[in-house]
Design a binder for this molecule. Sequence first.
Ligand code: AHR
Length: 501
Amino acid sequence: MRNAKMTLDKAYEIGAIDRRLYGSFIEHLGRAVYGGIYEPGHPTADANGFRKDVVDLVRNLDVPVTRYPGGNFVSGFNWEDSVGPRESRPKRLDLAWFTTESNEVGLHEFIEWCKLANTTPMYAVNLGTRGADEARAVVEYANHKGGSLYSDMRVKNGAKEPFGIKLWCLGNEMDGPWQIGHKTAREYGRVANEAAKVMKWVDPSIELVACGSSSLDMPTFGDWELTMLDECYDNVDYVSLHRYYNNRAGDTRAFLARSVDMDVFIKTVASICDSVRGKKHSKKTLGLSFDEWNVWFHSSDQDKEIWKRDKWGRALPLLEDAYTFEDALLVGSLLITLLRNADRVKVACLAQLVNVIAPIMTVNGGGAWAQTIYWPFKQASQFGRGTSLRVIVDSPLYDCKDVESIPELDATATLADDGSLTIFAVNKNLNEDTLLSVSLHGFPKYRAVMRSVLTHDDMNAVNTETNPSEVVPVSGDAGKLDGDKLEIVIPKHSWNVIRLI
Ligand code: AHR
């Protein structure tokens, strides 16, 4: 048995947790939309073709914001194609994913789906092939009350009330050579600034996310943020971060250590934003929008085969990662990392939501189920609200390839508005349990109300349509609470939620 200590104090706060930390993402990619959220003729589909089984799983995840319509897809997308009578909407070649987009589901349909799924839209504009003019037009279409070309077009298309989309992305991953309309940092900064300016002139209440680097590994990382923010700092509210992790090397300990990389990425981007703030003598502090994060690698080989077979097909089963138990552990640790940075990260989107590198999977015409990564996300989204606490964890450390001194026990805590305290913990030790001693300062007479554990003997265990409960959280021993001391065993390789009130 290993030993670890955790100290928390009600007065030591990191900051308020923005609800949008538990956002997600639906892109016109693979079966996210067609066969995912939308499948007319499916036994659970409503009159608009939305799958109720999927809606139920999304509502259960409690996702306050959903990014849409891309992703790489948005950089070649004409928003006008996606509104108006369905029969007149064009079929387009999607050069981002080499498929054909039917535009059967568009802006109005997505807004309707958001209402069903109890989420709100985060809408990306195309700054790849298009620019400020189209960006301000779509804001007018979506948010202006009426009496102008685009707002009247929306009314004619059936939506009298404005959609009121509050959060907008200024393009997607514009630093990446794979992006349609890839730009240099200076070019992007200029176009983002001009788009931001006119979008806010149309609706000053909106918030805007500028594209940061598409990964910490980009050769332009750092310079990209400095240069593009030099152009658009004053007109934007957030900078985006994107990061995907993989265990191609088959080294679980190194894989589980990747949460440290996310922490470094966040802190580095925050410092760069602040250095631009200093240079500009600005009073504004930019927030961070970690609007793509997840594990992504299981489906790569399969995708190459699909493209060989069926380039330009419709709703191809792309990026369909089957997530393992070990992926769920890393996702848990990444959620803990986001909570620890809740003072700066205001929006985060698990990429993505359904079928495409997603917590929810479906079979066309068949069932829908929760993948392993659904569970830590659901529990963090459910209980990790309120205030993020600044906890001190004293854990044994381990070294692995490339990184040293990784805490075996990754843990944090949140204080909800109803006074309940939640501890989240991932034990990365693969061989031994850990006895965790928690000092709870400022929580008199609290009692344990819930203990949940997600663990499995097989790191590669997955959930499937026929066996959806192979990896699910179960109730565990609530430990020993004596005054302000809690002693609790955190099993080897596990995700844990401990609640007290
Ligand atoms: O989420 C899948 C893709 O990953 C997105 O389209 C893109 O932004 C990123 O590279």
